[in-house]
Design a binder for this molecule. Sequence first.
Ligand SMILES: [Zn+2]
Ligand SMILES: [Zn+2]
Length: 146
Amino acid sequence: MTKNSEYILEIINNSNTHLTAEQIFLRLKKKNKTVVKATVYNNLSSLYQKGLIRKISVEGYPDRYDRTVRHEHLVCRKCGKLSDIVLEDLTDLLQKQVNISMHSYDLKINYICDECLKQENEDKNRALPPKLLSKKNPHYNEEQKG
Ligand SMILES: [Zn+2]
Ligand SMILES: [Zn+2]
């Protein structure tokens, strides 16, 4: 393994978020000032092929890279945020249903994250005419006084 490859693996394994190639590049640059982006992409694809890292693809977002320690992902359908979730190992359950020798599986559970839910509710409230605003809203009383 090259030094760059080792660094990249270290960056991914020590990160508690899901880094994009761009973010990995910026971190790698702190260790190796002369590194170019193509090196990062090449190393990521070879690490991925060797099964040393995971790649998470979500439509509309750049690929993100992750440790291989078994865990699954929650994906927000609105903002693309990824969160880790540990579920029981489904390998045997899935293996029974397929006629091939399974290597691994990737499970993504789609949902709407708390922030996006909150945002959706705020947008809904804003769309209501003023008289329907809750009395808890300070603007309600002000408007009534006038
Ligand atoms: Zn979200
Ligand atoms: Zn993850």
